[in-house]
Design a protein around this ligand. Structure first.
Ligand code: HEM
Length: 282
């Protein structure tokens, strides 16, 4: 049996073929939304518009798995956790699988009429953007195997850097379909800002603790800016009111992004306290 197929059929094993608790935990997490959807459908617990609800649930999980897969490389460097790298492909392929399910649900909602589906995709910009992102995901998932990695050599890395523009497109799709309340989309895009800012750091700064407070603040500021820009251009809510709300008592998306950034700093500190050898990377 080809190596890639064996790896696909036994996702709980590490690259050396041994059982891995870490991978098993992520496989269970990967199955969780599918089970949630299947049980919801079976027990009629998805509300009055079950397909729409399932489309939303699957969409949310694509974003979560995508962000988790993008967080693997920073986690390896910042937390000095080399083993975590075995999760990157699994998380990315899981995101791609839920993207296929998401499109499948949409096609089902259109009663399998592919002409309607195609014309909707061409006519509605948010669907077109989602579709382009989905095609990108499919290419990355198919070429994620060791075989493709060997075949494409240095071009493989270049190809897989496409995950960043694809992530930006998925966020745009998320914002555009959110209509009035873009709260969740803004929070998730804030996490993406953190990940993109981390990638933009010079390589020697990436593992350093000192970079983390600046990253947390930078991601939070970009989040507030994105929220302001969105409301300012896509709605009639005055942009300044949105910006001012960030200084008020109610927690805004930027505050959650700041907290998440500080949580990363806390985790990195804890790792260094437990492993003093790491303290060098401050
Ligand atoms: C990888 C690409 C995609 C990602 C990451 C994605 C993600 C999402 C997310 C996060 C939501 C919102 C979930 C929520 O409200 O909680 C959503 C909604 C939706 N997506 Fe996608 N999507 C993608 C591709 C597509 C494609 C290709 C289609 C169809 C052609 C599509 C159709 C929809 C529809 C119809 C909704 C609900 C809109 C509404 O209720 O008005 N998406 N998507």
């Amino acid at each position: 049996m080809p190596q890639a197929l064996i790896a696909f059929l036994t996702p709980w094993r590490d690259p050396a073929g041994r059982f891995s608790w870490l991978k098993t935990a992520v496989v269970l997490l990967a199955l969780f939304p599918a089970v949630e959807l299947a049980l919801g459908a079976w027990f009629h617990a998805l509300g009055g518009r079950p397909i729409t609800e399932a489309t939303h649930i699957s969409g949310d999980w694509i974003i979560r798995f995508l962000l988790l897969s993008l967080a693997v490389t920073p986690a390896r460097a910042v937390l000095n956790w080399p083993r975590v790298i075995i999760l990157r492909r699994l998380l990315g392929v899981t995101a791609a699988c839920y993207a296929v399910l998401h499109l499948g649900l949409y096609i089902y909602d259109q009663k399998w009429n592919l002409i309607v589906v195609a014309s909707e995709i061409v006519l509605r910009v948010y669907l077109l953007i989602g579709f382009i992102a989905l095609l990108g995901f499919a290419v990355l998932a198919i070429t994620s195997t060791d075989g493709w990695q060997r075949r494409l050599r240095t071009r493989w890395k270049k190809l897989h850097r496409l995950v960043f523009p694809i992530s930006v497109l998925t966020m745009l799709h998320f914002y555009m379909q959110s209509k009035v309340n873009v709260g969740d989309a803004v929070i998730y895009s804030g996490f993406l800002f953190w990940l993109l800012l981390w990638r933009a750091l010079p390589r020697r700064w990436q593992p350093r603790l000192a970079a983390l407070p600046a990253l947390a603040i930078g991601a939070a500021l970009l989040t507030a800016a994105a929220e302001t820009l969105w409301y300012g251009t896509a709605t009639k809510i005055p942009a300044l009111r949105v910006l001012a709300a960030n200084l008020g008592p109610d927690p805004r998306p930027a505050a959650y992004v700041l907290l998440a950034g500080l949580a990363v700093l806390g985790l990195a500190l804890l790792r260094r306290l437990r492993r003093p050898r790491l303290a060098r990377a401050i």
